[in-house]
Design a binder for this molecule. Structure first.
Ligand code: SAM
Length: 279
């Protein structure tokens, strides 16, 4: 009988943001694999959890992954945690999860804090469709290409960024994606948590040097041009319903994805067309 691999979210600042289930499972597993064992020890000590630990980070994941898999093969249960938030979200973990899944080892996520999700939920930007794109590349040329590739996507864009690169990345966003509403979510769940909202120039003016510290998530509102460039909703739906013979539900979902309108709006239009006799 193989063991279970638990993927456990830990707080992104406020220690109260850990679930009862996470604390229980961390106290029950045979081994905790942590991105930085010294960093995670503080969290574990806070909750009086004392367990064997091993490190698992970007540069040792191949070798350590094999050792963790061996423990799982021998029936031991392992918890994977990262320095903060949800493992595998801009953090190490997915190769281990993939390898475990390929061997039929049970993988159980224990959800909790995630900066991207906390940021979108407090941003006030459209959240029916959003794209999480992780960290933009550090070099300007690659960053601009990365941003250009995101231009046509519907919905809100969510990026992680290092505080010392915030200003240059905001500048590139303005130049590559054009004038859009921006939200910078800083220091989420911590004492100095704040949401800086506005046009990109206002947000840049508000991110003074003292704000160049602390962790940030950048959220970019959908661009008007995305919707204007897209095919009109009614025409697109007709095509999906008639030519592609999709159901009302599937056609509405696809149309919402392609145009950036809400699923409800697309669904109402699809129903209207169906009722009007579009076969
Ligand atoms: N796995 C983590 C998660 O679930 O959010 C993300 C890890 S990634 C290495 C770290 C980045 O997440 C930071 O550079 C920042 O962009 C974002 N982040 C983490 N904690 C944050 C916080 N408290 N407030 C704002 N952003 C945060």
């Amino acid at each position: 009988m193989t063991g279970t691999l638990y993927i456990i979210a830990t707080p992104i600042g406020n220690l109260e943001d850990i679930t009862y289930r996470a604390v229980r499972i961390l106290g029950e597993v045979d081994l905790i694999a942590a991105e930085d064992t010294r960093h995670s020890l503080k969290l574990l000590n806070h909750f009086n959890i004392s367990k064997p630990m091993t490190s698992y980070f970007d540069h040792n994941q191949q070798f350590k992954g094999e050792r963790i898999l061996n423990s799982l093969r021998q029936g031991r249960s392992v918890a994977l945690i990262s320095d903060a938030g949800t493992p595998c979200v801009s953090d190490p973990g997915f190769q281990l999860v993939r390898a475990a899944a390929q061997e039929g080892i049970a993988v159980i996520p224990v959800p909790g804090a995630c900066a991207a999700v906390a940021a979108i939920s407090g941003s006030g930007l459209p959240s029916d469709i959003f794209t999480f794109a992780g960290f933009p590349p550090a070099r300007q040329g690659k960053r601009r290409t990365f941003l250009a590739d995101l231009t046509g996507l519907p919905g809100t864009l969510v990026l992680y960024e290092a505080p010392h690169r915030l200003e240059e990345t905001l500048r590139d966003i303005g130049e590559v994606l054009g004038e859009r509403s921006i939200v910078v979510a800083r220091e989420l769940t911590k004492i100095h948590e704040e949401f800086i909202r506005g046009a990109i120039t206002d947000v840049m003016a508000a991110t003074t040097p003292d704000k160049a510290r602390g962790e940030v998530v950048i959220l970019i509102a959908p661009g008007e041009q995305v919707r204007q460039a897209a095919e009109p909703l009614d025409k697109l739906l007709r095509k999906l319903l008639v030519d592609d013979k999709l159901s009302v539900k599937d056609a509405a979902r696809k149309a919402a994805e392609l145009t950036g309108v809400s699923r409800n709006e697309a669904y109402s239009e699809a129903i209207r067309q169906r009722n009007d006799g579009v076969e």
